[in-house]
Design a protein around this ligand. Structure first.
Ligand SMILES: *Cc1c(COP(=O)(O)O)cnc(C)c1O
Length: 435
């Protein structure tokens, strides 16, 4: 399949020229490949064929309505972390009974909203939260479906900000306390115990931690099924993707040939092989909550080179029109994105180290540091690759910069799925002093 590749010297998304999209819609511009998202969903779905399962896409990775619409059509469920995400899923045609609600700080209004909509489960992270859910459900005269999030105490995930499965993290309750909490939950009049959940971290590129965590928690799941009749076991998300790759002419996909990648991504097949043999005998419905895997490689952020600059020490800067407010991953957790010229560079071009930086007034506003890049000219378009996950969803109006537009490509068609903000949008709802 084709997603991002050079064709006649120009970078394309599926059948659409990225330069043409930039000319029509301006930059910075997020561009997504529908086919890539669909392909990733279907590959994961097929790899899990050995167990009864539901893939609950983690909406926080990319919550654009078009992405949610596409995944609804694939019959995905959704993992949400706020009332706002549930609202988006419902607007996109998703079913509430396929939504799990995660997060350590659910508020009373959020719990009420989710209960009224009839979600599949609240993934509970503490006893205090369980009591709050019971109280809210009692007020609404309903029974709240819950799963407890356990912390398997397994080290995984790249950066410390995205590792969640160690006992020192704020997430879940310790495995040793799980039975106690289930006992308490089973005695609450407005709680219905439905499942068990875990999530060990993000951007995990080896099978080991997944296998270890599942092996640790599966016996607990079996016991809870016997004692409380739980129906599902959610193994969370965290499947990593390829960020470092060299895009060459004629290459079919961005991530398939991770030549020189120091951490080759785990394939879905290897992932499934690592967990399905332990999961299948449980006879439980298995839930998965992938976010990054589904959309990460499916998106790029197109940006235009504004200026070139050299410091007195000879350091080179490429200043682009996208900033950390558009894509914060490099600034927030040293996220890596390939910087690829939209016009195909010649193999004989001499590469030179440069920092690719944005216009925001922060030293953390960079996309690449000391990166070997082909020569880039003022006005030239570059693509920041693998920006489909935790890109737009983390964008802000910092420096009063309007949010970028988003475009979804399907074959040779492109559709704006979110308009670029206008200056007027920046002050929406604001007021000057009344007196
Ligand atoms: C963020 C999150 C996910 C998705 O993580 P990815 O690394 O994007 O797959 C899944 N489950 C929970 C509970 C999360 O917090």
């Amino acid at each position: 399949m084709h997603s991002f590749h050079y064709h006649d010297g120009q970078l394309r998304c599926e059948g659409v020229d990225l330069a043409a999209l930039a000319a029509e819609h301006g930059t910075p511009l997020y561009v997504y490949s529908a086919q890539t998202i669909r392909d990733h969903f279907r590959r994961l779905d097929a790899a899990l064929a050995g167990v009864d399962h539901l893939i609950c896409y983690a909406v926080k990775a990319n919550s654009n309505l078009a992405v949610l619409d596409l995944l609804t059509r694939e019959r995905a469920g959704f993992d949400i972390v706020s009332a706002g995400e549930l609202f988006r899923v419902l607007k996109a045609g998703g079913k509430p009974e396929c939504c799990t609600f995660a997060g350590v700080g659910k508020t009373r209004p959020e719990i009420e909203y989710a209960l009224r909509q009839g979600i599949l489960s609240f993934n509970v992270e503490s006893e205090a939260e369980l009591e709050m859910i019971n109280a809210v459900a009692s007020d609404l005269n309903r029974r709240a479906p819950v799963a407890l999030r356990v912390n398997p105490d397994v080290a995984a995930g790249g950066h410390k900000y995205i590792s969640t499965g160690k006992s020192e993290n704020k997430f879940g309750v310790g495995l040793d306390r799980a039975f106690e909490v289930y006992r308490a939950a089973s005695q609450m009049t407005h709680i219905r115990v439905r499942g068990l959940q875990m999530h060990i971290g993000s951007q995990i590129t080896e099978a080991g931690p997944f296998a270890q965590a599942v092996e640790k928690v599966a016996p607990v799941a079996a016991e809870l099924k016997r004692e409380y009749g739980i129906e599902f076991f959610s193994v969370g998300g965290g499947l990593g993707i390829v960020y470092k790759s060299s895009l060459q002419s004629g290459q079919e996909t961005w991530w398939d040939q991770a030549a020189g990648d120091p951490a080759p991504s785990l394939t879905v097949e290897q992932y499934a092989e690592a967990i399905v043999p332990t999961l299948a005998p449980l006879g439980l419905r298995i839930l998965l909550e992938p976010g990054r895997f589904m959309v990460g490689n499916a998106g790029v952020l197109l940006t235009t080179v504004q200026y070139l600059k050299s410091s007195d020490s000879g350091k080179k800067f490429v200043i682009v029109d996208a900033g950390m407010n558009d894509l914060i991953r490099p600034a927030l957790y040293q996220g890596y994105h390939e910087v690829v010229p939209v016009r195909e560079p010649s193999p004989t071009d001499r590469r030179e180290a440069a920092d690719v930086v944005g216009p925001v007034c922060e030293s953390g506003d960079f996309f690449a540091q000391a990166r070997e890049l082909p020569p880039l000219r003022q006005g030239e378009l570059v693509a920041l690759m693998s920006a489909g996950a935790y890109g737009f969803t983390m964008a802000s109006n910092y420096n009063s910069r309007p949010l970028a537009a988003e475009v979804m490509v399907q074959g040779d068609q492109a559709q704006v799925v979110r308009e670029r903000q206008a200056l007027g949008d920046l002050i929406h709802g604001e007021k000057t002093l009344a007196s």
